[in-house]
Design a protein. Structure first.
Length: 407
């Protein structure tokens, strides 16, 4: 297990503080691993093992604890056997009915430092906000970044070796970032089978069951349509119109509900548009990206024609990991792939497959050159040779961009 320092650095300031630490993300993305890393760090700091309580509610060991009352009773007995602050780790807490009530009581009744994980954004729903208002901090855990993928495979110090870097990036592009697919030397086919099982679990448990969806076949058709349009502008009406053209009756509200459920399960993520000149968020023609590219390959197979959207998908999540709020940018009639905003900082990123011609160069640079401010601007591509900078707009190979410590 690698140390996921990106998340640990975010979490450390809150260790021991009277706020609940909530780790949310798609199933098998590594939330349990981050939870274990925090518990291990506490042990290294000298916390008595009896004061660290770890419960994974996907394990049969805790099958009898299914509601807030039984969870509270168990923890109360555990705490009675200890002295001093206790550290409570609850993995996949959404499996416990009305878990929010138990967590709220632990905060009120005991000297406890609490950490929870969940695989559905309902873990951050209005119910949680009602019970724990102002007393929790959330962290979105994602599958492995490219940098973490390299660490996972014991590859380091490759930044100066362009050929190795490019080769490893292409492997990452095709295999995705679910940690469980990198614990052994799996073939591509085996990876996609493992990921398809994750996908099936997420669809059934975190989408169909949790949101009460009855037409599973239509839900999966919606998934495939979104997967086939990663990186394209999309909305519920587009999808409903497509189904109608296929003689499948579905209304826009139903599609909208499906998209919300899929986003709630972290399968997809909606990215709104942003008017760069007006500095305001726009409400139409957003894009959707997938929680991990391997989900697309597991469901639909790997296709080279989707590489531009795939590259955008990877860059989007890297920006999110680094704490940026990310938008699709509009500059007059031109589109910027990503505008990242982090407090008083901004970054603009254009993503393309290759700079194959002068027309491509002009098309990709034009939106960034039209922006009249001094924030960083990047063109990111798979080009191994073409690395020119133009009037402050920097061009980087995508692997180098992803591994850069600072943009």
């Amino acid at each position: 297990m690698i140390k996921r320092e990106l998340y640990l650095n975010q979490i450390r300031p809150f260790i021991g503080r009277p706020v609940i630490k909530v780790f949310a993300g798609i199933r098998r993305c590594g939330k349990s691993g981050v939870l274990r890393l925090v518990a291990d760090e506490l042990a290294e700091r000298g916390v008595d093992s009896r004061n660290i309580v770890y419960m994974n509610f996907e394990s049969f060991e805790w099958i009898d604890i299914q509601d807030a009352r039984s969870l509270y009773s168990f923890i109360k007995k555990k705490i009675a056997e200890t002295e001093g602050k206790v550290y409570l780790f609850f993995d996949e807490i959404q499996e416990v009915n009305e878990w929010e009530k138990a967590i709220n009581s632990f905060m009120a009744d005991f000297d406890a430092d609490i950490y929870v994980t969940g695989s559905n954004s309902k873990i951050l729903s209005s119910e949680l906000a009602t019970y724990l208002a102002g007393r929790y901090v959330s962290f979105h855990i994602t599958p492995l970044s490219f940098g973490e993928y390299l660490l996972f495979h014991g590859i380091s110090s490759v930044q100066d070796d362009r050929m190795v870097l490019s080769s490893e990036f292409l492997k990452y592009l095709r295999s995705g970032g679910f940690p469980g697919t990198h614990i052994a030397d799996y073939s591509q086919e085996e990876i996609y089978k493992l990921v398809y099982d994750i996908y099936s679990s997420v669809i059934l448990r975190d989408t169909v069951q949790r949101y009460g969806i009855r037409n599973v076949e239509l839900l999966e058709r919606t998934v495939k349509f979104v997967f086939d349009n990663i990186g394209n502008r999309l909305n519920a009406k587009n999808i409903a119109d497509y189904f109608k053209s296929q003689h499948r009756k579905i209304d826009t509200n139903t599609v909208y509900n499906y998209l919300n459920a899929l986003q709630g399960a972290f399968i997809i993520q909606r990215v709104p548009r942003y008017d760069i000149k007006g500095k305001e968020q726009l409400q139409t023609n957003e894009k959707y990206f997938v929680g991990d590219l391997s989900l697309i390959y597991a469901v639909m197979g790997y296709r080279d024609r989707g590489i531009s959207g795939a590259l955008e998908n990877i860059v989007y999540w890297e920006m999110r990991r680094r704490g940026y709020d990310v938008f699709i940018g509009r500059q007059d009639e031109l589109e910027v792939d990503f505008v990242g905003i982090r407090r008083d900082e901004k970054i603009y990123v254009q993503v393309t497959y290759r700079m194959e011609s002068e027309s491509t160069v002009s098309r990709e640079f034009a939106p960034l050159l039209a922006i009249r401010d001094n924030y960083p601007k990047f063109i990111v591509s798979l080009d191994d040779v073409w690395q020119d900078n133009v009037n402050g707009v920097r061009h980087r190979h995508i692997a180098e961009f992803l591994l850069a410590e600072d943009w």
